[in-house]
Design a protein around this ligand. Structure first.
Ligand code: ADP
Ligand code: MG
Length: 267
C-alpha cells in the first residue's frame, strides 16, 4: 500500500466527507436490548470542526465509533467520502479506517517503551512506510504538532498536552481527511487543553479536514464551528459558532458528496 503525501485521498473545502442518515445502534446482551442511537442524521464537511456534546450514556462514543467505521450501525446509512460503508466488506472498511480516518483518544494510548517518533512511526509502518522514510515522516508529523524537539522523548517525559499532540501526529499518519477525537482534552489542564483544541481547529480550518470531537469540556466550545447536542441517542439541537468559510455563498453550490473523491478513492 502506497502512502505518500499527495497520493492519499484528497478533499475539497466544504465537501461532505461524512453523511449519516437515520443511524441506529442497538446493543444486545442476552435478551436485553439497549438502543444507544436512534435516527441520527449528521453531515460533516471538509474544513469543519464539529463538537458532539451530551450527557454520559447519550451515545457519543457509539456515534463516533460508527463514524470511524470501528463499529457497524444496526440501521440507517453512512457514507464516508461518498462510499456507502454499510455495503463494504471488512477489508474495505479497514482500508477506510487506515486511509480516511484518524483517531484520537482521551487516554492518548501511546506505547510507553517507544519514543514519540517511534509511536508515530508505528502508525506509518501499518501504512507501509518504513525505515528512514518513516523516521523522516514521523519527525515531520511531530513538527506539524509543534513537537519537533520532542521526537526522542518517551511518553513519561512529556506533559499530558504533549502526549496528546503525539497522539494527534500519529492520527495524521495516513493524512486522513477525517479526524475523530473522543474527549481529547478531558485529561488536560487549561493551557494544554487550549493548545490541543487550537491544533485540532487548525487541522480543520487550514488543512480542510473534517474534525469531529466528542467533548464534555466547556473550554473547547468557542472553538467549534458547530455544536451538536446528543441526548438519549438522538440529536436534540445544533448551534453554530461562526458564519465561517463554509457558509460563503460560493460554497453552497457544491458538487454532490464524494463527486471528486470517489475517483481517487476507488476500492
Ligand atoms: P457516551 O459516550 O455518550 O457516554 P456511549 O455511546 O458510550 O455513550 O453509550 C451509549 C449507551 O450504550 C449507554 O447506555 C451504554 O451503557 C451503552 N453501551 C455502550 N457500549 C456498549 C456495549 N459495547 N454493549 C452494551 N451497551 C453499550
Ligand atoms: Mg463516551
Amino acid at each position: 500500500m502506497e502512502m505518500e503525501k499527495g497520493t492519499a485521498m484528497k478533499q475539497q473545502l466544504g465537501q461532505n466527507l461524512i453523511r449519516a442518515k437515520g443511524l441506529a445502534k442497538t446493543y444486545r446482551e442476552g435478551v436485553t436490548e439497549l438502543r444507544a442511537l436512534e435516527g441520527v442524521d449528521l453531515e460533516v464537511r471538509a474544513g469543519e470542526l464539529a463538537l458532539l456534546m451530551g450527557p454520559s450514556g447519550s451515545g457519543k462514543t457509539t456515534l463516533l465509533s460508527i463514524l470511524g467505521c470501528i463499529l457497524r450501525a444496526s440501521g440507517g446509512k453512512l457514507e464516508i467520502l461518498g462510499k456507502d460503508v454499510g455495503a463494504l466488506e471488512e477489508n474495505e472498511l479497514s482500508r477506510i479506517r487506515r486511509e480516511a480516518i484518524g483517531f484520537v483518544f482521551q487516554g492518548f494510548n501511546l506505547f510507553p517503551t517507544l519514543t514519540a517518533a517511534e509511536n508515530v512511526a508505528l502508525a506509518l509502518d501499518l501504512r507501509g512506510v518504513r525505515g528512514a522514510a518513516a523516521q523522516t515522516h514521523a519527525e515531520a508529523l511531530l513538527a506539524e504538532v509543534g513537537l519537533a524537539e520532542k521526537a526522542r522523548s518517551f511518553p513519561a517525559d512529556l506533559s499530558g498536552g504533549q502526549k496528546q499532540r503525539v497522539a494527534i501526529a500519529r492520527a495524521l499518519a495516513g493524512d486522513p481527511p477525517i479526524l475523530l477525537a473522543d474527549e481529547p482534552t478531558a485529561a488536560l489542564n487549561s493551557v494544554s487543553g487550549r493548545t490541543v483544541i487550537q491544533l485540532l481547529q487548525r487541522l480543520a480550518h487550514e488543512q480542510d479536514r473534517a474534525v469531529v470531537i466528542v467533548t464534555h469540556d466547556p473550554r473547547v466550545l468557542p472553538f467549534g464551528d458547530r455544536i451538536i447536542h446528543l441526548e438519549d441517542g438522538r440529536i436534540l439541537r445544533e448551534e453554530g459558532n461562526r458564519a465561517g468559510v463554509l457558509r460563503e455563498p460560493a460554497l453552497l453550490d457544491l458538487p454532490p458528496a464524494g463527486a471528486s473523491l470517489s475517483r481517487e478513492f476507488s476500492i
